[in-house]
Design a protein around this ligand. Structure first.
Ligand code: PEP
Ligand code: MN
Length: 349
């Protein structure tokens, strides 16, 4: 349920409403808007009982029943876009943000070289996996904390935030020591214990869509994180399974405008894991930006033939440079600059 306050409701009246919600055994989430404040109620599994206790309070304009199962992620509660701020990087603002780096951190030299390369070409967030969810239990599982150290070194050398996957509740605090953004991988999108844990940790979360997750599943996973108090969630479309196997996964571009309609959270696209093949990464990146994505997360490797993981879909630096050039042109058509590049949309100087 949403409690919509009068335009001139005072802070005390909003506070009184929140207090009443707490006394009823629910959680209040006030959201000040440009014209009035709306207070979202969570914690109810079904209709809010005794809602008259709320409608009669001073300053309350109306009560709106929220029929969607997700609340805090919904535009009903927050009409304007969420901008996730990580250091100087704003995800979900006017500028397109490109995150790039290797699938897996292989060595200190590789991580630092890739970070230098991608940041020099315009990436403003660096990625690198230290804990890898591998389909085969015998495949390389990542360098663990050693890898996180290299990633954090890249962050301090190049002054950019870093994103890495966290796979288990037990390693959330460890990953938080080194990373700026937690990545929840597709295979863990419905690991509710993990979602709650990163929801309490508080750092921004890049939540990847599950391999067969519906939009509702994805939004409810984000709701888990937000319900714990962490409002800094970035959604990521990375392809889903369909009947066809011409690509690794089917990139669901239609989800971008759908998510933009339903939620205020930023939406980015991972063309690498969807395509599974480097030659398809640039076209899918162009399409994602044209469809309204706020950014991309792309795998880059200096020597893909020798990559420990996901070499086939990794771009060599020269192709990543080409990706940035093309994305910049598409972004300009959408009147959006690309963070990290001089803006073509507003005239480069
Ligand atoms: C990754 O980003 O390296 C990864 C494993 O992604 P996903 O969870 O989307 O498969
Ligand atoms: Mn990968």
């Amino acid at each position: 349920m949403l409690i919509v306050m009068d335009t001139y409701a005072t802070a005390e009246q909003v506070e009184r409403v929140c207090q009443e919600v707490l006394e009823m055994g629910y959680q209040p989430h006030p959201m000040p808007g440009p014209t009035r404040t709306a207070v979202c109620i969570t914690g109810n599994d079904g209709p809010v009982r005794q809602s008259n206790r709320l409608s009669l309070l001073p300053g309350v304009a109306e009560l709106i029943k929220v029929t969607k199962p997700y609340k805090l992620v919904s535009r009903d509660w927050k009409a304007f876009d969420t901008v996730v701020e990580v250091g100087e990087v704003e995800i979900g603002g006017p500028a397109i943000v490109v995150m790039a780096g290797p699938c897996t951190i292989e060595s200190r030299e590789q991580m630092l070289e890739m970070a230098r390369t991608v940041t020099s070409l315009g990436a403003t967030v660096v990625r690198g996996g230290a804990f890898k969810p591998r389909t085969l239990p015998y495949s390389f599982q990542g360098l663990g904390e050693e890898g996180l150290k290299y990633l954090a070194e890249a962050r301090s050398l190049y002054g950019v935030p870093v994103v890495t996957e966290v796979m288990e509740t037990e390693t959330v605090d460890l990953v938080a020591e080194y990373a700026d953004i937690f990545q929840i991988g597709a295979r863990n999108m419905q690991n509710y214990a993990l979602l709650k844990r990163v929801g309490r940790q508080g750092k921004p979360v890049l939540l990847k869509r599950g391999l067969s997750a519906t939009v509702k599943d994805l939004l409810l996973a984000a709701e888990y994180i937000m319900a714990e108090g962490n409002k800094q969630v970035i959604l990521c479309e990375r392809g889903v399974r369909t009947f066809d196997d011409h690509s690794r996964f089917t990139l669901d571009l239609s989800v971008i405008p759908v998510l933009k309609e339903l939620t205020h959270l930023p939406v980015i696209v991972d063309p690498s894991h969807a395509a599974g093949q480097y030659a398809r990464v640039i076209p899918m990146s162009r399409a994602a930006i044209a469809a309204g994505a706020d950014g991309l997360i792309v795998e880059v490797h200096a020597n893909p033939a020798f990559a420990v993981c996901d070499g086939e879909q990794s771009l060599v630096p020269s192709r990543f440079e080409e990706l940035m050039r093309q994305v910049e042109r598409i972004a300009a058509a959408m009147d959006r600059p690309v963070a990290g590049l001089p803006s073509m949309a507003h005239g480069a100087e």
